[in-house]
Design a protein around this ligand. Structure first.
Ligand code: CA
Ligand code: CA
Length: 94
């Protein structure tokens, strides 16, 4: 059972004794289970790679590109932070 697939699980229960003959309750108990979310889903980028063009000189606050990721978990478990791990600069030499 996974929160991303089933958020609420509902079923009915009948109780009966072990007598002979067995007797059962007239009414069914309704049970509702609210599934709690776990941080079991990693975030994923919407694209495999992002390419952008930057004309130089440029100015402060110019939007160069936008990178988006999503996380199917709920609450703080889907709040994302982006970290630059490495920077590769290809310099065109003519
Ligand atoms: Ca997550
Ligand atoms: Ca989850």
């Amino acid at each position: 059972m996974d929160y991303e697939e089933i958020k609420v699980f509902k079923f009915k229960v009948r109780v009966s004794d072990r007598g002979n003959p067995s007797l059962s309750s007239d009414l069914l108990a309704r049970v509702t289970i609210n599934v709690q979310d776990e941080n079991d889903s990693p975030p994923a980028f919407e694209e495999k790679s992002y390419n952008a063009m930057l004309l130089l000189p440029t100015y402060r606050d110019v939007l160069v590109t936008q990178i988006n990721a999503t996380d199917p978990d709920k609450g703080v478990k889907n709040q994302l932070k982006y970290v630059f791990l490495c920077l590769k600069i290809d310099v065109a030499v003519s």
